[in-house]
Design a protein around this ligand. Structure first.
Ligand SMILES: CC(C)(COP(=O)(O)OP(=O)(O)OC[C@H]1O[C@@H](n2cnc3c(N)ncnc32)[C@H](O)[C@@H]1OP(=O)(O)O)[C@@H](O)C(=O)NCCC(=O)NCCS
Length: 144
């Protein structure tokens, strides 16, 4: 399914993004201050997928020179497995053609996300012990 559109999110989208995150991604707490920093700082790239005027997914990336870290990627539970995360990632890559590498950390128990990233061409480079709340995480990269 093609969502109606994917676009960059800005400070005007603060409440929409915050509410979406708190409803669907509450286990990764983000303070208002952090949201504002993500939405207003040049080094962050945030894109959202919009369907029928509603946010159904988003990505937050931190760009450093020619690399970017995917910090959060989340799709509304009712809209999963229809290619939205793949479309958001594609939009990000198309709009940051200067990047040479993407990287991220994902909890080793998050099989859905690991499966997604592998399908998108990411490879596991190493394990980070005690990454979050005592859980280990995989470090994954994709060369562009
Ligand atoms: C991971 C996540 C972003 C994937 O979003 P999505 O829009 O459902 O992903 P897509 O539809 O683009 O999936 C593409 C591929 O990823 C893999 N995949 C995605 N979800 C999967 C699942 N539940 N089980 C197995 N494979 C899965 C599949 O290979 C899928 O291709 P297929 O449907 O042809 O088999 C989504 O499950 C999510 O929001 N999870 C909670 C938040 C999270 O854990 N984020 C990642 C950590 S930052």
């Amino acid at each position: 399914m093609k969502v109606r559109h994917i676009r960059k999110l800005f400070i005007e989208d603060f409440f929409t993004l915050k509410m979406f995150h708190e409803e669907h991604f509450y286990f990764y707490s983000i303070s208002d201050k952090e949201f504002i920093s993500y939405l207003s700082s040049k080094e962050y790239f945030i894109a959202g997928a919009i369907n029928s005027f509603r946010l159904v997914g988003y990505v937050i990336c931190l760009i450093a020179v020619d690399e970017a870290e995917i910090i959060y990627l989340c799709v509304h539970p009712n809209y999963r497995r229809i290619g939205i995360a793949a479309q958001i990632l594609q939009y990000f890559i198309q709009n940051t053609s200067f990047l040479k590498k993407l990287h991220l950390e994902v909890i080793i128990h998050n099989a859905n996300a690991i499966s997604f990233y592998k399908k998108e061409g990411f490879i596991i480079t190493h394990v980070r012990k005690n990454y979050s709340n005592g859980c280990d995480a995989y470090s994954m990269i994709k060369l562009l």
